[in-house]
Design a protein around this ligand. Structure first.
Ligand code: NDP
Ligand code: 2IT
Length: 444
């Protein structure tokens, strides 16, 4: 494979999709050497077949707002690859959603799901609908209209969506209700469901907890743990909240959280009671993080991200490209020694280079945030056997999966000077399993 040429071809055929190009470039750059050891891969044009999604559905979603106005949004599902299991991946509802972003996420998901050890292919979907500022009734009508179309393309053995930005328990519940109504089938067609109707214990916590379990493994390679370490977290949604919870449980101090309007800095640390307040503010009242600063009298910085603050560890948990090269340099200059990604692709390519050149611990999202989809996979298993496992059992399995992903990253990513290149490790380990399965299944 000539990685440069493959990328140029993809850019020409699929222009105006910069996030997709960015995700592909990162993977190709690190698997090229391993790929070229297998001439049979090149003969089967494996790389092109792996980069281009199996299929993409696009549809218009029409719904009525509270004023009686008719609104339209776009809906998408990108089914990237299903060689190791049914398509699996979240749904994102956000005004910035477009096809290029969902293609990057579906591509990443394929490698991430391969790393989990569970039988899941890769997919992603969503809409440019933003739940922000919408009433409950509007969100419900949108979810129902979205599922009216999406239901044709998914199924418990075909494609199993879940949440992502803007899609949490509320939205999954509304979509599940509509799917059930349309198909007259009660099945595990979505994960992240409510506990009363087939959801798994620990699924809401899984991404954040998983990221901290992964971080713990990275710190262990340096003989360190989280006790007394100060942590910068971005975001204040599902992933950020449970990342903060686990950091607190393990003795760390959370200094920042954010939303799309700005960030708060609490020098005393966001403790359990303050985190409870954030959970209520965000999950129940759907308020803004600024209100935390007003309540506790700490610093709020509007229109900025928390990466200029001084701390030991950074856990980006909001969105893609939220740490640029300058911010990465500032983090390193301020003494950060570990970055573990709760979000998908939060660091720009330049930021990744800065972290790796500084030889700090740096884990890419497809390894570090795989805990969410892993517990989604465990939810599918529980739905199939029509049983529910205890939270201890699910948490223990999550822990084991994150340790296993870490070991695999070390196995494939350790460089001659001992530095662990987690990007390379995750990409090569994730890729090899998918590649072998594709070869075994012939040219389809
Ligand atoms: P939520 O919608 O629950 O929270 C998202 C948070 O990020 C909010 O605080 C939101 O602020 C902020 N945010 C969203 N978009 C932007 C933006 N453009 N700029 C700045 N801040 C932004 O989503 P999740 O917590 O589920 O997802 C967060 C990240 O984690 C995403 O990258 C997602 O892909 C990834 N992820 C999620 C998993 C899951 O299981 N949910 C699993 C693995 C990865 P505001 O409220 O203002 O919009
Ligand atoms: O990015 C992700 O891994 C997710 N949003 C979770 C996907 C899932 O199917 O649980």
């Amino acid at each position: 494979m000539d990685a440069k040429k493959v990328l140029e071809d993809l850019k020409r055929r699929f222009p105006n999709e910069p996030e997709y190009h960015q995700a592909v470039e990162e993977v190709l750059g690190t698997i090229e050497e391993e790929y070229n050891k297998h001439p049979e891969f090149e003969k089967a044009n494996l790389i092109e077949r792996l980069c281009i999604p199996d299929r993409i559905y696009q549809f218009r979603v029409t719904w009525m707002d509270d004023k009686g106005q008719i609104q339209t949004n776009m809906g998408y599902r990108v089914q990237h690859n299903n060689v190791i299991g049914p398509y699996k991946g979240g749904l994102r509802f956000h005004s910035f959603v477009n096809l290029g972003i969902l293609k990057f996420l579906a591509f990443e998901q394929t490698f991430k799901n391969s790393l989990t050890t569970l039988p899941m292919g890769g997919a992603k979907g969503g809409s440019d609908f933003s739940p922000r500022g919408k009433s409950n009734a509007e969100v419900m009508r949108f979810c129902q209209a979205f599922m009216l179309e999406l239901s044709r393309h998914i199924g418990p053995d075909i494609d199993v969506p879940a949440g992502d930005i803007g899609v949490g328990g509320r939205e999954v519940g509304y979509m599940f209700g509509m799917y059930k109504k349309l198909t007259r089938e009660f099945s595990g067609v979505l994960t992240e469901k409510g506990l009363e109707f087939g959801g798994s214990l620990i699924r809401p916590e899984a991404t954040g907890y998983g990221n901290v379990y992964f971080l713990k493994e990275m710190l262990k390679t340096k003989g360190m743990d989280l006790k007394g370490k100060s942590v910068l977290i971005s975001g204040s949604g599902n992933v950020a909240q449970y990342t903060a919870e686990k950091v607190l449980q393990l003795g760390g101090k959370v200094l920042t959280m954010s939303d799309s309007d700005g960030y708060i800095y609490d020098p005393d640390g966001i403790d359990r009671a303050k985190l409870d307040y954030i959970m209520e503010l965000k999950n129940l009242y759907r308020g803004r993080i600024r209100e935390y600063a007003e309540k506790y009298g700490c610093k709020y910085v509007a229109g900025a991200r928390p990466w200029r603050e001084k701390a030991d560890i950074a856990l980006p948990s909001a969105t893609q490209n939220e740490i640029n090269g300058d911010e990465a340099r500032q983090l390193v200059a301020n003494g950060i020694f570990a970055v573990s990604e709760g979000a998908n692709m939060p660091s720009t390519p330049e930021a990744i280079r800065v972290f790796q050149e500084a030889k700090i611990l740096y884990a890419p999202g497809k390894a570090a945030n795989a805990g969410g989809v892993s517990v989604s996979g465990l939810e599918m298993s529980q739905n199939s056997e029509r049983l529910a496992w205890t939270s201890e059992e699910v948490d223990a399995r999550l822990h084991a999966i994150m340790e296993n992903i870490h070991q695999n990253c070390v196995k494939y990513g350790k460089e001659s000077d001992g530095y662990i290149n987690y990007v390379k490790g995750a990409n090569v380990a994730g890729f090899m399993k998918v590649a072998k399965a594709m070869m075994a299944q012939g040219i389809v």
